[in-house]
Design a protein around this ligand. Structure first.
Ligand code: FRU
Length: 489
């Protein structure tokens, strides 16, 4: 179906109850609905927003076009949780209705201040000629969950030297002051991020650009985030316009981080190492982090990408969020692990130990559509070994290690209904290790694989048939020993 501009720019309140009921009915029949991931009731989900801890609960919002599986008038939808695993559907949080958000309430962040949660986001507007003007807007959620918007935007338009692509404020507090990083594009069409400072959350002053070594790295940086772990500063952003380079930057747009010294928030000076992709799979973008009361840094991403349509669109919905991951540092590398609370979902444990020599094998009880599985391989002399997940013989998603290339390989060529094939169907990441551990979370239409305790992560959507439930273990060109443990989810 072709969507007209009018159809895309409707609000939730423009739709009748019957229309929404029909949409829900269509979505409920989809064979690809997830079991333990955050997904939209109807329509399209994109970036996680406002991820925070407030009033004893985790709050998470997401970009949402409710009325169809397309990018259109963006709303914020709200979910909350006490454990990052079981999420309550709170409902619509921000409907765009003010002058500063006529064409959508775009991405932003949340921060607990006093007894309120402040939500700092971008209002997207277009004039009759379809010229964009961004506003940065503030809303306040009280302890009863009631959200009140400021009457006026706190930043109008973009500062001189920068284009209308200016959005996605991420808010934090340091000492007495509030800071925000906002994604931007210079008028010479290169991407950057601007640092702002405020005493009162209403009056914002531009400090300047975050001064990185990447003066020409793509044409736009979306969804910036700045965080600190121990004495390091970490700057996350999603650059657009980076070309593929060997195994790197294979997706349409990227998401990664720079690890360095702490940011100098008076000058924007940031001394850092190379840009590192956060995820090596096919479907990951626009992540956001939060600091929880235990001092953990937790990240959630969008399991999707702009301009890549997924097969569930035919059922009236698109995309989901990733599982929450805890970020830690190991030297100069960021390690990502699934949050521990996910263990609450474990049921029916089964275990297995075996050796394979140039063969593919399946085992009793090792099947399923939704599960967590940890497999530790000790490669004796196999040239390649690994797993075929969600397989019915023909369909399969392959998670493998190639000990000649010294690479992890994730192959969704035969996973099911194709998605994003124009960006390739195989992803690879270098890993030099004798023992290889795959920690996989398999949902109805996605797989997240953490490799060697969070050294690398691969996130991907897959669209297999419901009967593709097999798990195969294989070794080629030699022997491998392994142990596996699996829990149904
Ligand atoms: C990233 C993004 C953001 C923007 C939002 C709109 O996916 O393009 O830059 O705020 O999505 O939904």
């Amino acid at each position: 179906m072709e969507w007209t501009t009018e159809q895309r720019y409707r609000r939730l309140s423009d739709a009748s109850e019957d229309e929404i009921k029909e949409l829900k009915k269509q979505v409920d029949q989809s064979q690809w609905r997830q079991h333990f991931h955050i997904q939209p009731e109807t329509g399209l989900l994109n970036d996680p927003n406002g991820f925070s801890y407030f009033n004893g609960e985790y709050h998470l919002f997401y970009q949402w076009f409710p009325l169809g599986p397309v990018h259109g008038m963006k709303h914020w939808y709200h979910v909350k949780s006490t454990d990052l695993v079981h999420w309550e559907q709170v409902g619509l949080a921000i409907e765009p209705e003010m002058y500063f958000e006529s064409h959508g309430a775009f991405s932003g962040s949340g921060l607990e201040v006093g007894d309120a949660l402040y939500l700092f986001y971008t209002g997207n507007t277009r004039d009759e000629e379809w010229v964009r003007k961004p506003y940065q807007c503030m809303a306040v959620m009280n302890k009863n969950g009631h959200i009140t918007k400021f009457n006026e935007a706190v930043i109008d338009g973009s500062p001189s030297g920068y284009s209308e692509h200016f959005r996605d404020p991420k808010l934090w507090k340091d000492g007495e002051d509030f800071f925000a990083v906002i994604g931007a594009q210079r008028t010479n069409e290169t991407g950057t991020v601007l640092l702002y400072r405020s005493k009162n959350l209403t009056d914002w002053n531009l400090v300047g650009e975050i001064k990185t070594d990447l003066s020409s790295f793509g044409y736009m940086w979306e969804c910036p985030d700045y965080l600190e772990i121990a004495d390091k500063g970490i700057f996350i952003f999603s650059p657009q316009g980076i070309e593929a380079q060997g195994d790197l930057y294979q997706n349409i747009y990227q998401s990664g981080y720079l690890l360095g010294e702490k940011l100098d928030n008076k000058t924007g000076e940031f001394i850092h190492g190379p840009f590192v992709e956060l995820d090596r799979g096919f479907d990951f973008y626009a992540p956001q982090t939060m600091l929880d009361p235990d001092g953990r840094r937790v990240l959630v991403g969008w399991m999707g990408l702009p301009e890549v349509e997924d097969p569930s669109a035919q059922d009236g919905w698109s995309h989901c969020l990733t599982l929450p991951r805890e970020l830690t540092l190991k030297g100069n590398k960021m390690i990502q692990r699934p949050v521990k609370e996910l263990e609450k979902l474990r049921r029916n444990k089964c275990e297995l130990t075996d050796r394979l020599a140039g063969e593919t094998k399946k085992y009793d009880h090792f099947t399923g559509e939704t599960y967590e599985m940890i497999v530790e391989f000790d490669h004796l002399d196999a040239s390649q070994f690994g797993l075929e997940l969600r397989t019915n013989g023909e369909q399969k998603t392959v998670i493998a290690y190639d000990s000649v290339e010294k690479k992890v390989i994730v192959d969704r060529t035969a996973a099911g209904t194709p998605v994003g094939e124009e960006y390739g169907t195989v992803r690879k990441a270098s890993l030099d290790a004798n023992k290889v551990k795959f920690h996989a979370f398999v949902d109805v239409s996605s797989i997240e694989v953490f490799v060697n305790d969070g050294e690398e992560v691969f996130t991907l959507r897959i669209y297999p048939q419901t009967d593709s439930k097999g798990i195969h273990f294989f070794a080629k060109g030699g022997e491998v020993a392994f142990q596996a443990v699996k829990w149904d989810y």
